[in-house]
Structures are given as C-alpha cells and as structure tokens.
Design a protein around this ligand. Structure first.
Ligand code: DGJ
Length: 559
C-alpha cells in the first residue's frame, strides 16, 4: 500500500475509532474535513494541492462510453495495472438529466465509491453542451427540440453538427445541470476523491469557423470588447470590429470569445457552489504549421486564443492540450505553448504510445501538474486481462499485473512511467513546485543533454556508448531515454529515469566531481528505501539508469 492509499484508509478509520472512543461527545466535535483541492501559484510555479500538499496526477482516461456501472469492471484492472493514481472518466449530461429538471447522480456516486475502493482519485469530465465540437451528449429531450436548443449556423446557412454558443436556452440548462452536479459533489465527496473537473470536452466547432446566425453576425460586426483587444495585444483606441482588428483570424477569435464566454459562465456557476479546480481541454492546431482557420477545431482553447479564453472564462483554472502528435518537435512545442505564466501545464489526453510516452518526463520538466493518456481501459481493446482461474491459478491481482499482450495497446509505456514515479509522486510534485526538479526526454538528434543546478551541471547521455570515460554516446535505437534530477541540497541530488546515463560536473572548470556516496534504493509509500551503495563500475563513468524503476540519491564532492 503506498502512502496515498494508506492515508485513504487511515482517515476514515481514524474518524471511526475516534467516534467509538469518545461516544456522543465526539459526534458533536467537528471532524476536520479534507481541504478542497486547489491550484496554487507561488514564485511563478503552480501546484495542484490535494489534501493540502502538491499532488502529481498520474492519470489515465477511460474510453468515452466507459462511465457506466456495467463498464467499470473493465476500467479498474487497467488503472491498477497502470499504477495510475487518478482516473479520468466522463459524466454524461444525457444520463444525469434524462428527464428534464430531474437529476440522477447514482452513476456518479457509483464511480466515486468504486474509486475509493480502488484508492484512486477522479478527474470527472463534464460531457455537457460540447463533446468534440458537437452537442451529442445533450439530453435526448433537448436534441429533440433543435428549434429551442439550436445549432450553430454555418456559412451556407445550414445548421452544423455543433451547438450555438449564443443559445441561451441551452446555456441556462447547462448551468443548471452543471451546478447541480457540483453541488452534489460537494455534499457527497467530503473525502475529496474528485480532485478536478473538466468543463465540456473539446468545446468548439469542426467545419465552421464561427456561428453565422443573425444574432452572431450582428455581434461579429459590432466592436470587439476592449478586454479582448487588450488580451490579444491590440492597441486601445477607437472601437474596431472583429475583421478590422484581427483580419484572417477574426472568425476564430470571435468564435473562441463566444464559446469561452458560454463555458466560462457554466464553470463560474459550478465553481460558486463548489470551488474545485476546473479546466477546459483543446483539440489542438498544428503548433508548427497551424494552417488557415478552418483547418482545425475553432472556438476551443487552441494556442492562438488562450488569452481570449483567459479573460472570457476566468473560472476555468487551466486550458489544457489534448496531444495526439507523434512528431517529437511538435509534441514538445505544444508543451511549451501551454506552460505559461497564466496557465499551469496539464496534459489531460495524449496517445501514450511507446514513441511519445517519454514526453511525460518533458512535461514534468515544465512543472506539469498532471498527465493522462487516453483510452486506457479494457472496454474496447483486444487485450482484456486474463480471467481469474477457478483452480487457484492467477487471481484478479495477478491478472491486473499482467501486461496486455496486444501489440497495438498503449498500456505498457505508461505503466512503466507510473511504476517509477508513483511511489515518489509527492516528492516529485513538491520538488517541482519548489523549482528544484528538472526532467528531460531523449531527443534522437541530441545524444547529450545538460541540466543546470547552480554549482553543478547534470549531463544526460543516451544509448549504448556508456563505455569508458570520454566515450562518444550513441542514441538509443529508439529514443526512449528519460531522466529526472532534483536538487535535495547544495551537493545532494535525487536521480530517476530510464535508458540513460546521468553524471554531474562542477561548474568550476578546474574541479572534478567525485561521488561521496551514491545510494540506490526504491521508493515505498513515499519513502526512499536504501538498497545498496553503488560504486566502482556502477559509478566510475556516471550513473547508468536501465529499465528497472530505481531511484538514486547521490552526494557529490570535488577534488
Ligand atoms: C479527443 C476527445 O477529447 C476524446 O473524448 C476522444 O474522443 C478522443 N479524442 C478519441 O481519440
């Protein structure tokens, strides 16, 4: 049981024991509630605070139709195999309000209760007005009345497969439903199993750059709100309409403003009843070659309109990239674009495939508060966990631990990352929040990388060239290396990672490093457990990190 799991058990048990000992008097005593999770910023860095301390979300997102009680048995074994500490799973407006004005949170309660049994936290995804740009999760009775809950009108005057951000009838109902949901969470979840909520899903529109309905057209021709101009770095001055202010970007900026304002109101109403961290996810545009408006989903928090989202939807704490790119340059660029002074980096969806899973470390290097590959459950993939054997063979635990066998599956790289970082998650989150941690992933073109820590440089090299001093490193055949280095004291470091060599050099040119002590260990329950001192071949040319999840604590000196 890791420390998170231990605390999950401890708190209710402690409360029960306390009540039993003290009887009626204790029942009147206030039981200290866990603090509400929140995003905090200090010295320019962000943390997701859970139970009062920085928390790193090691997430996995379930498939879109897995948020049903009958499907959960196909979700939990995957979460266990992955060593994820947080499940991202949808909550469906169409399920919660199947009958207008009547809210049924029984499915939400089942998810929360089972999450507690499995000792994981939840990121609940509000599939409300928007899901991937469409209104498909609106309750059936709304979809049946498109005159009242109207769609966006495209350039040809036809309704698109996307809700209009100017439909106040839909917005009012989304506000009412989302608020009821948040109010229910507040009452039901005093344990704070739910640590963050996503508002809508990839809101915006595919296939139309904005709403062309008469009401939208009128606003498009009206002056741009002054705060939008300011946010986008445009000079204040005489009123200017969207086209004059933004040229070819006018329509997507206008749509972003309209969608963000709608989502922002939904978020603000929910936050007013229960102030959990809230975020909005984005279907990205290509960060290197964005293409013209129309070539990507318009309206959502794509990188070009983040400032608009920030001012139009201030109740949204984070705008987050859904990264499905395999090109390393593009992937890293996206991380940079969403790591901003006004926005913590959080990756709520990504492919998690072997070719990009190392960028989890790149995200850590940019102080990410969470990371969560998509589609990691056993609902639809060919690799289901083996059934428990009736004859005393491998039971459910062994089944959960067995790696899926399908070559297409994306589970193993994430599991490897989370197995390493999971037990040290609180230290990693804290050190990152304090600005003491740096992390990096292998770049095929750069066999050596350097991290700077005051008087020390940490050098990371990859591949098989680990021979003698001065040997030229060669990249790994597939670039899978990743390293995390955190400064624990002036000359003390925590090192973890895979498939690389980490060494240290004093910044002072005429000095040489020596390892005073290099300890190999493992983290258990959040505590570093000493295994052995490394020396000789294991340290003479640096610290070799292979594929096993180990942690190293080193003290350095110079001569
Ligand atoms: C991104 C969406 O946000 C998810 O809900 C899901 O539809 C994935 N795309 C599928 O790749």
């Amino acid at each position: 049981m890791n420390i998170e799991r231990f605390v999950e058990h401890l708190v209710p048990a402690t409360v029960v024991a306390f009540l039993a000992v003290c009887g009626a008097a204790a029942q009147q005593a206030p039981v200290k509630e866990r603090p509400i999770p929140q995003i905090v910023k200090k010295d320019g860095r962000y943390a997701l605070m859970v139970d009062g301390a920085p928390f790193l979300m090691l997430g996995a997102q379930a498939h879109n139709s897995s948020g049903w009680p009958e499907m959960l048995p196909k979700v939990w074994p995957a979460i266990e195999y992955l060593h994820a500490n947080t499940l991202e799973i949808p909550v469906y407006w169409e399920q919660i309000e199947a009958h207008q004005g009547q809210f049924d949170f029984s499915v939400v309660d089942t998810i929360i209760t089972q999450a507690r049994e499995h000792h994981v936290r939840l990121d609940l995804l509000w599939f409300g007005t928007w899901k991937n740009g469409s209104q498909h999760y609106m309750p059936e009775w709304m979809k049946a009345d498109p005159a009242k809950y109207f769609h966006l009108i495209d350039k040809n005057g036809r309704p698109a497969d996307s809700p209009s951000p100017f439909c106040t009838a839909s917005q009012e109902l989304d506000i009412r439903a989302f608020t009821a949901f948040m109010r229910h969470l507040k009452a039901f979840d005093t344990q704070r199993t739910v640590i963050i909520v996503q508002v809508e899903n990839e809101s915006g529109t595919w296939g139309s750059t904005r709403d062309y309905s008469p009401v939208a057209q009128k606003l498009f021709e009206a002056p741009v709100p002054a705060e939008v101009l300011k946010a986008m770095g445009k000079p204040a001055g005489a009123p200017v309409n969207w086209t004059d202010a933004f040229g070819v970007e006018a329509e997507v900026n206008f749509h972003a403003w309209a969608v963000a304002a709608y989502v922002g109101k939904v978020a603000a109403a929910g936050k007013a009843v229960y102030p959990l961290p809230l975020y909005a996810n984005a279907a990205l545009r290509d960060p290197m070659r964005p293409g013209a408006p129309g070539s990507y989903e318009a309206g959502g928090p794509t990188d070009n309109v983040i400032p608009i989202w920030k001012i139009a939807a201030p109740a949204i704490d984070i705008v987050s990239p859904d990264i499905y790119m395999n090109d390393p340059v593009a992937y890293l660029k996206v991380l940079e674009l969403y790591h901003r002074d006004d926005n913590p980096l959080f990756v709520p969806e990504t492919s998690g495939s072997a070719s990009v899973s190392r960028f989890f470390f790149s995200a850590l290097g940019l102080e990410a508060i969470g990371f969560s590959p998509f589609g990691l459950d056993y609902s639809g993939v060919p690799s289901v966990p083996p059934a428990p054997s009736p004859a005393g063979g491998p039971g459910p635990a062994a089944a959960a631990a067995a790696p899926p066998s399908s070559p297409q599956d994306q589970f193993a790289p994430t599991a490897q990352n989370y197995r390493l970082i999971g037990p040290m998650m609180r230290d990693v989150a804290r050190l990152n929040f304090e600005g003491k941690l740096q992390a990096i992933a292998e770049d095929a073109a750069t066999p050596n990388q350097t991290l700077h820590f005051g008087a020390w440089n940490a050098t990371i090299s990859y591949g098989g060239g680990r021979g003698g001093r001065g040997a030229t490193p060669t990249p790994n055949p597939n670039p899978t290396g990743q390293a995390l280095v955190a400064q624990l004291g002036d000359n003390r470091f925590l090192v973890a990672g895979y498939s690389c060599r980490v060494d240290f050099r004093p910044v002072t040119a005429d000095k040489h490093r020596q390892f005073m002590r290099a300890e190999e260990g493992t983290y258990e329950n959040g505590v570093f457990k000493f295994v052995r001192i490394l020396n000789g071949d294991e340290t003479d040319n640096g610290l070799n990190l292979r594929a096993e999840p180990i942690a190293l604590r080193v003290s350095l000196g110079v001569y």
